[in-house]
Design a protein around this ligand. Sequence first.
Ligand code: P6P
Length: 343
Amino acid sequence: MRKAGVGITITQHILNQQRQNPEATGAFTTLLSELIVAAKVISREVNKAGLVDILGSTGKVNIQDEQVQKLDVFANGVIVERMQHIGELCCMGSEEVADLIEIPTEYPKGNYILVFDPLDGSSNIDVNVSIGTIFGIYKRINIDSDSDVLLEEVLQPGVNQVAAGYFIYGSSTIMVYTTGNGTGVHGFTLYPSVGEFLLSHEDIRIPERGKIYSVNEGNEQYWDEKTRAMVNYFKGSDNALGRPYTSRYVGSLVADFHRNLLKGGIFMYPADLKDPKKPSGKLRLMVEANPLAMVVTEAGGYASNGSGPILEIEPSQLHQRVPLYIGSKKDVEDAEAFISGKK
Ligand code: P6P
């Protein structure tokens, strides 16, 4: 007998979580549901990028001094346009936009803050490598205030996130998210024929130690001695495994992170001295490190900047960068011991 249903939809899952939270007003459910619509639109465009002329760059550079690909611009626009009218946000922060994104006066404001990287890994768009959208959601500090949101209200430590997750546009489109507090990490696969994200990875737990290390070894000459020693630890046999870890590096954070979340392992983007403007490495605290740190921590893993938890860093700038060591708890603890000089 064929099952009549299609399994658990993301909408059903979010509503179930809402019902378990007595103070829930449905605002968060509305917010997440609209973000999912934006991701479906982005997924459709990403999946046909090879067919229509939206490949290649716009010839512009973004706040990060990076070539802006057309799909980056499109993805950012889709999220801003979809999210600004729902009446649940007081502002947004995007990796693609220098300043805070205000909610237009014609729309009601709410008490949530959305920070996101609309299309991470964009340099891989035209070579068909998986890319992704990363998001974090905070509650406004001065709730129900009519005053404009101050940057200080947005610059909260990652531990304050009420939810975080990502969409990975690959062989299939998968959404992974958590609302923390022991609610677990859950993955949903988009079924294009149904147009819905269906529960496919319930209660994801990352192995406490993996067999994979992910780092761009082309940056080796820019690393300090502690960083070199740390990477050689994973490449050698004098480590917890007693043999070299396998190297896997896609060059798309969401793809590298998602693989390690499911299989175990460590992703590293160390501080490198290649670019004096970026002494803290390349990845961004607010829109990349913090959301993935919330996911991995809830799944039993750990995320460090080399000296302590990513989630406890007090941000000073919207686009500040951090060294990132993230994945299986014991592997990240080993990496942190090297970088902090304990090993
Ligand atoms: P590199 C993609 O541009 C990105 O921001 C992340 O998705 C990825 O992990 C990293 O940069 C790759 O950087 O310097 O190794 O090419």
